[in-house]
Design a protein around this ligand. Structure first.
Ligand code: ATP
Length: 889
């Protein structure tokens, strides 16, 4: 039996896969990619356009209409039936286009958030899209990564991998590079890693032996279900509402049918069958026109337009509901380093036990033993690298340390070559420490760096003028004072220590009884845009809370500078938070604007406390341990530079890690919700207008104000384009001066409901007056007038629907060109019905000429003008003024 990858030696595998420890060459990798394809699992196929198209004919209303059209055809009304077919066809095409468009933009977003992986190619570490990995690649793993392919481990530094998805095992598997000769089930292949599993701890390097559907997960899953579409609360609410509304409309249609049939029988018409068919057709047309079937896809389109806009603002939405929830966010719990600050870290000061501080000499030969050791530790307990082309890879804090060494003319590469790493305890934000093992002067030395408070606690000795002495309380105080002093200057401080050990490997318990060497202090200036963003958040009723792993004094200093921490606010450390009972925390929650030295568990507690107060909270995170807090938050926000696990748990990913992008995303979120409201209000007001006119005509014994065909045509013309155009409205100027939206309030709240009813009534009035005027000439003219007035007033209503508070002129007539385009298209489509040939089909009599068109236009315009004038009277002066006051929630 041929040996499997886990049973082979690594050099044998290198030969099998024609690769080397420094990885493949670029050209070889490219060729393998071309030959073997992308490293992707097969996705379930999407519905084709044809399937979607055919599915639109499954709708009960459409089926009834089709039957009616066939009956019409049989009865000789060829033109009418052809037009019904044409309208239904167009309706289906529009609906397929809308669905595909919505799908397409969601796909584009998925692509944006596809994972990357670190590979070694031609000896250089580089980040590539995980789907471009080929067999033979050497991949580097860190805590928080998703393993991008199957492979044999070449290096494993305390590597732990969660393989639950493959093995069902809940505790992470510890991985090693050992040889395995006998057959082993997947769970026991400790020298292998498998695609789709998660690195929970440590670091590793592996040789890719299988990609795509050849991986274990590829074989198990076979087909990866394409992600099920997530509906937002708003979509679900609308769906529920639409169902109820549809039911009411169906009843109304049945009543209309009943009344009409009664009339046919009572009036004893000449062509009873035709009249019955017409009555049926009209009732169905009323149902089709009044049921807002376009609503769902319009909402999806507006939501995805919002996600596109957010992507431009560096916020990638991974879960569609987040777009909406963002609009209701009232608390943003944000990391400090890199999100509020630039993450361009530079060492600016140091401190040694003898009290020495300031700049180092830049001649390493003149360094004392303490200085030498400080620099050694800072570059050895460090994973950052500078590649040959000058690209810096790694954690910015660690990059700052190697930069500092280089600046002082001590090559970090030289030190790493002289003292190679033999074992390591990787950094994690719970321990806030990192240690590595080296042989220095024939002794095994563990070097450690980490948060000063933690290192102080674990140190029992100090290196003082080259001598190891006791870490007395006096010396401890000296270090603590200096740490405080650095922190008050908003500097980030790390402490460096070492210890002689007797083993070849390291365990966590080794990080005790250390010899403290000194401190390095780093500056990390706030991002320039953050000052304004925090102020904007404040005026939008959003409280910003800083949650950081850093020291409390440093955190408060920066929080004060950027306006997060104000007089009367509180700052708490994770330890202090642990001391608080739930009630005490709830009591002080509003005052606490800085949490320092927090653990990932603290983050969950903070989010929960806010949620208990009914606040929608956003929380940022990047580490592997942040995932639960990101899931718990209403909106988990992962950093673009964060781990795959954090990104996966998050609803949104910030590609620039920038706090200001969160605030911009909130603004877009609020705008999206506004626009959906506008589009929905537009649709409902138009439908309401038509229904009132129909019911009115029926009640006073006029003929139907519209023919069935006209209703279907209006549905086609008015239901789509203008609504989508409204979805593209720019944000209202006061959008960030309002308080966050109550998440429980639906779309039809106060103002919107009033606007829909008012506009519906005005449209109905215009139509009724039009029919009344037309009726003086003939019933046909009444219908033609009613039809033209309805289509024109619904079209022009788009102007009024642009804002509930401002007129279209105030909003800016040309500020949304899509609205103008939509109106022109609607008007164009309407004019088609006046063309000879089509006129008869649309029941427009020859007498309907310029004067009548003018009249219909005048009525429609008056209705819309009244809508606009009412806004001027009612709303002007009530708009919230841009808020300069800081209003805390
Ligand atoms: P934020 O949570 O705002 O991003 P942070 O970067 O300080 O802040 P962590 O990355 O969790 O948060 O780091 C927590 C603490 O651990 C830091 O304040 C520092 O004292 C220490 N620390 C950070 N990076 C390292 C590292 N690479 N090696 C050792 N210790 C580190």
């Amino acid at each position: 039996m041929t040996k499997q990858a886990y049973q082979k030696e690594t050099n044998e595998l290198m030969k099998d896969f024609l690769t080397a420890p420094e990885g493949l060459s670029q050209s070889e990798a490219k060729q393998r990619l071309q030959e073997n394809g992308l490293n992707l699992l097969k996705e379930a196929k999407k519905k084709s356009s044809l399937t979607l198209f055919l599915e639109t004919f499954k709708d009960a209303m459409v089926i009834v209409l089709l039957i009616v059209a066939v009956v019409q055809m049989v009865m000789g009304a060829h033109v009418e039936s052809i037009v019904i077919f044409a309208v239904l066809l167009l309706n289906s095409i529009v609906s397929v286009i809308q669905t595909k468009k919505a799908e397409g933009s969601l796909d584009a977003l998925k692509k944006l958030s596809a994972p990357d992986a670190s590979v070694l190619r031609e000896g250089q570490e580089q980040s590539i899209p995980a789907k471009e990995i080929v067999t033979g690649d050497i991949v580097i793993l860190e805590a928080g990564d998703y393993v991008p392919a199957d492979g044999r481990l070449l290096e494993a530094g305390s590597l732990k991998v969660d393989e639950g998805m493959l093995t069902g095992e809940s505790t992470p598997a510890e991985k090693e590079t050992v040889s395995l000769n006998n057959h082993a089930p997947i769970g026991d292949r400790i020298n292998m890693v498998f695609s789709g599993t998660i690195v929970t701890y440590g670091r590793g390097k592996f040789l890719v032996t299988a990609v795509g559907s050849n991986t274990e997960i590829g074989q198990v899953a076979g087909l990866l279900e394409s992600t099920t579409e997530q509906k937002t609360p708003l979509q679900r609410g609308l769906e529920h509402f639409s169902k109820k509304l549809s039911f009411a409309i169906l009843i109304l249609s049945l009543v209309i049918l009943g009344v009409q049939l009664l009339r046919v029988f009572l009036d004893g018409s000449t062509d009873m069958t035709q009249d019955i068919v017409n009555a049926f057709m009209f009732a169905v047309a009323v149902a089709v026109a009044a049921i807002p079937e376009a609503l769902q896809s319009i909402v999806t389109i507006v939501l995805s337009l919002g996600t596109k806009k957010m992507a431009k603002q560096h916020a990638i939405i991974r879960k569609l509901p987040a777009v909406e929830t963002l609009g209701s966010t009232s608390i943003i719990c944000t990391d400090k380093t890199g999100t509020l600050t630039q993450n361009k870290i530079t060492v600016v000061d140091h401190f040694l036990a003898d009290g020495q501080s300031g700049e180092f000499s830049n001649d390493p030969k003149q360094w004392q033993a303490d200085e030498q050791r400080l620099i050694e530790i800072s570059v050895l307990a460090n994973d950052a690298t500078i590649s040959e082309d000058g690209t810096k890879l790694g954690d910015p804090t660690e990059i700052a340390l190697i930069d500092y060494s280089e600046k002082q003319n001590q090559s970090y590469r030289e030190l790493r070559k002289k003292y190679p790493r033999e074992a390591e305890l990787p950094f994690d934000s719970d321990r806030k420490l990192m240690s590595t093992l080296h042989t220095m002067n024939r002794k095994k030395i563990m070097v450690t760096k980490g948060g000063p408070d933690i290192v102080f606690e674990r140190s029992t000795k100090v290196l003082l003028d080259g001598q190891v002495v006791k870490f007395t309380s006096e010396l401890k105080e000296r270090f603590q004072k200096q740490n405080e002093a650095f922190s008050e200057r908003a500097l980030r401080v790390l402490a460096f220590a070492y210890k002689e050990v007797s083993t070849d490997s390291l365990v966590l318990n080794d990080e005790e009884e250390l010899v403290l060497v000194g401190l390095l202090a780093m500056i990390d200036p706030p991002r320039k845009e953050v000052f304004q963003a925090v102020a904007d958040a404040n005026s939008a009723g959003i409280q910003t809370v800083m949650i950081t792993g850093d020291h409390k004094t440093t955190a408060v200093a920066i929080a004060k500078e950027i306006g997060i921490f104000q007089q009367g606010d509180l700052a708490l450390t994770g330890a202090e938070l642990d001391q608080l009972s739930e009630a005490e925390l709830a009591d002080q929650l509003e005052q606490i604007t800085v949490y320092a030295r927090v653990s990932p568990e603290n983050k969950i507690r903070i989010v929960r406390a806010w949620q208990d107060k009914g606040k929608i909270s956003a929380m940022t995170g990047d580490g592997v341990n942040d995932a639960p807090a990101l899931k718990q938050a209403d909106i988990g926000i992962a950093m673009g530079t964060g781990t795959d696990v954090a990104k996966d748990a998050a609803a949104m990913v910030l590609t620039d890690d920038n706090f200001a992008s969160i605030i911009k995303a909130v603004e877009v979120g609020r705008n999206v919700f506004d626009n959906i409201k506008k589009a929905v209000a537009y649709l409902f007001a138009g439908n309401l207008g038509a229904i009132i006119a129909i019911v009115f005509a029926l009640a006073i014994g006029w003929s139907n104000p519209f023919t069935a065909l006209q209703l279907l045509f209006i549905n086609l013309v008015n239901d789509s384009l203008p609504a989508i155009a409204l979805g593209m409205e720019k944000a209202e100027p006061t959008i960030m001066n309002r308080q966050p939206r109550d998440p429980n309030s639906g779309i039809f709240t106060g103002k919107t409901l009033i606007a829909v009813t008012y506009r519906g009534i005005l449209i109905a009035l215009a139509v009724i007056i039009a029919q009344w005027i037309g009726n003086y000439q003939s019933a046909e003219m009444g219908v033609a007038m009613a039809f033209s007035t309805l289509i024109l007033s619904r079209t022009l209503q788009t102007f009024a629907a642009r804002s509930n508070t401002q007129t279209s002129l105030q909003v800016g007539l040309f500020s949304n060109k899509m609205v103008l385009l939509a109106i022109l298209v609607c008007a164009g489509l309407f004019s088609l019905t006046l063309l000879p040939g089509l006129r008869e089909v649309f029941a427009i009599p020859t007498a309907f000429a310029l004067k009548e068109i003018g009249l219909a236009l005048a009525l429609a315009t008056s209705a819309v003008l009244l809508m606009e004038i009412t806004k001027l009277i009612l709303v002007t002066g009530q708009e919230p003024k841009p808020n300069t006051q800081l209003n805390k929630c």
